[in-house]
Design a protein around this ligand. Structure first.
Ligand SMILES: NC(=O)c1ccc[n+]([C@@H]2O[C@H](COP(=O)([O-])OP(=O)(O)OC[C@H]3O[C@@H](n4cnc5c(N)ncnc54)[C@H](O)[C@@H]3O)[C@@H](O)[C@H]2O)c1
Ligand SMILES: O=C(O)[C@H](O)COP(=O)(O)O
Length: 526
């Protein structure tokens, strides 16, 4: 049975799902050295933002197949290191969207009405109504930096509170911003005009210290900044100095450059600063959502299935996966088959997406085909994560073409591999929802489902050849489960595809090629 280590606090709903397929150990608060010492035993690691998964930890995780982040941000995981090792990294991109957005909205209102300090004062026994006169958000301008999932929910709710909305997001269209009721503006204009600035962007090299002494100087002296996105987007030293000097009105922060927050000038500031310990996702609902979302993906990967929200598999989002899953299986099978037919070192893989596939995303299918192609060389070491890297390192050139005109099937996939031993091609389709059929081998039409052990021959279409091959296989005690011949013209060249019950015994291929009329023979294991 697989073993999963849960190293941050995760809702029981997730543990229950993992327990269906694995032994689950929950070990919270491990120091890096402790984690390194035990990670080698585990097939999967499930975390939140509390565990830093460094290259060292990944290197020590020799059995690791998947790292599941029960939340959005994977900035605490060395994703490139995981990718190099073929470890899938998954997250829950939407499970805590509402929780984080509501936390930002709560921060805006709490900051405006000094709720935390007023509450603390009453609890201390005071009844001070003069120190906590606040400001209304109604008709004030909210500047939303990052109009993604969380930013747009914050904007939508703020709109209903009567706020005027400005937004900055270079990757969002004006139409999309207008749909949410936001005016898309340049960052400087947002900084100059906003009464509240709320950050909903990832931390990247471009966004690190986006809020610094220079940008703070552009803001209104009454402006309030809310950061429920990522620590490090704000230069905390510059922020504390600006608040102290009255250059801006205040700030509410849920995330910090270093967590837990250590010594900080921000702690010493008064009611104009609110600090929460990274609570954006900490609602019961969000924790159930993310735990289920990520545990299901870990379960699927441990069962050999693809994950719906893998951050290190290009182009494989949940919607794409849902639509392409059966075709990915087809691509992988064809890749494996054509790789074995081609033998030797493959240098070029041509992939043609036909029929309805011609309009689809190709990246997941290419990755699946490469995974299949490389399986003979790499076995379990190749997966959806590292297939492209491994192919590139082996110098395999991938050429993609599309042809929407196919008519016999809804969609077919055609793979042609050219290598040191020649060129071979296979085509396949799905019958019904997901039954894979081979429809062409080396240009000869056939219609057979792939089976674990197969034999293909290239021969002359002439009387007696099938009988001779059958007798030869019989003499080696090889049982034929099914057989089909594909030919283009009568008595021309033909291909025979046989499904056999067991692997072909050593040496028999040489005997098959000696049968008069048979020019070539290939055995494959799928
Ligand atoms: N505090 C918490 O507990 C908590 C919880 C969930 C998410 N988060 C964080 O909130 C942030 C937003 O999450 P999301 O789910 O909305 O992500 P998202 O991917 O849906 O949205 C991010 C948006 O930022 C935009 N963006 C990227 N770079 C930008 C830049 N340089 N300038 C302006 N816009 C830029 C993108 O176009 C995108 O629209 C992330 O940093 C995430 O890690 C925090
Ligand atoms: O990226 C996230 O999902 C949030 O920052 C939440 O982090 P958490 O799971 O540690 O609360």
């Amino acid at each position: 049975m697989s073993k999963v280590l849960v190293s941050d606090s995760i809702d029981q709903a997730g543990i229950d799902i993992l327990s269906q397929v694995a032994t689950v150990d929950v070990k919270l608060g491990l120091k890096p050295a402790e984690l390194i010492a035990i990670i080698g035993e585990y097939d999967a690691l499930m975390i939140r933002s509390g565990t830093r998964v460094t290259q060292e930890i990944i290197d020590a995780g020799t059995q690791l197949k998947i790292i599941g982040r029960a939340g959005v941000g994977v900035d605490n995981v060395d994703v490139p290191a995981a990718t190099r090792r073929g470890i899938v990294v998954v997250n829950s991109p939407e499970g805590n969207t509402i929780a984080a957005a509501e936390h930002a909205l709560a921060m805006i209102l709490a900051l405006s009405r000094h709720i935390p300090d007023a509450n603390a004062s009453v609890k201390r026994g005071a009844w001070d109504r003069n120190s906590f006169v606040g400001a209304e958000v109604y008709k004030k301008t909210l500047g939303v930096v990052g109009l993604g999932k969380i930013g747009s929910h914050v904007a939508a709710v703020a709109k209903t509170m009567g706020m005027k909305l400005l937004a900055y997001d270079p990757f969002i269209s004006t139409e999309r911003a207008e749909q949410i009721g936001c005016q898309l503006v340049e960052l400087d204009l947002l900084f100059q005009q906003a009464d509240y600035i709320t950050l909903h962007i990832p931390k990247t090299p471009e966004t690190t210290h986006l809020i610094n002494a220079t940008t703070l100087a552009k803001m209104k002296p009454t402006a309030r900044i809310i950061n429920c996105a990522r620590g490090g987007i704000i230069d905390e030293v510059a922020l504390a100095a600006a608040i102290k000097a009255g250059k801006i009105g205040g700030a509410a922060l849920d995330v910090f450059e270093s967590e837990p927050l250590g010594e900080s000038e921000l702690r010493s500031l008064g009611k104009e600063v609110i600090l929460t310990p990274h609570l954006g996702a900490s609602t019961t609902e969000a924790q159930v959502n993310v735990a289920i979302d990520v545990a299901e993906q870990i379960r699927d990967v441990l069962l050999g299935l693809p994950a719906r929200s893998a951050v290190n598999i290009p182009g494989l989002g949940p919607d794409v996966l849902e639509e392409l899953k059966p075709y990915m299986q087809l691509a992988e099978t064809l890749g494996n088959l054509v790789g074995q037919l081609a033998g030797g070192r493959v240098e070029v893989l041509n992939i043609r997406l036909q029929g309805e596939l011609a309009t689809n995303k190709s990246q997941p299918l290419i990755v699946a085909a490469l995974k299949g192609l490389l399986y003979q060389a790499l076995r379990e070491r190749v997966n959806y994560v590292n297939a492209s890297i491994e192919a590139k390192e082996r110098g395999i050139r991938v050429i993609e073409t599309r042809d929407a005109s196919i008519r016999d099937y809804a969609g077919t996939l055609h793979l042609e591999a050219t290598g040191t031993l020649g060129t071979h091609s296979v085509t396949g389709a799905l019958l019904g929802e997901r039954e894979i059929h081979l429809t062409d081998v080396d240009g000869f039409p056939i219609n057979v489902p792939p089976s674990k052990y197969m034999l293909f021959t290239l021969h002359r279409d002439m009387p007696g050849i099938i009988g001779k091959l059958g007798s030869l296989l019989g003499s080696f005690n090889v049982n034929i489960a099914s057989m089909q011949v594909g030919r283009k013209i009568v008595r021309g060249d033909a291909v025979m595809a046989l499904s056999i019950d067991d692997p072909l015994p050593e040496g028999i291929l040489d005997e098959i090629i000696k049968v008069p009329g048979i020019r070539d023979a290939y055995t494959v294991t799928l």
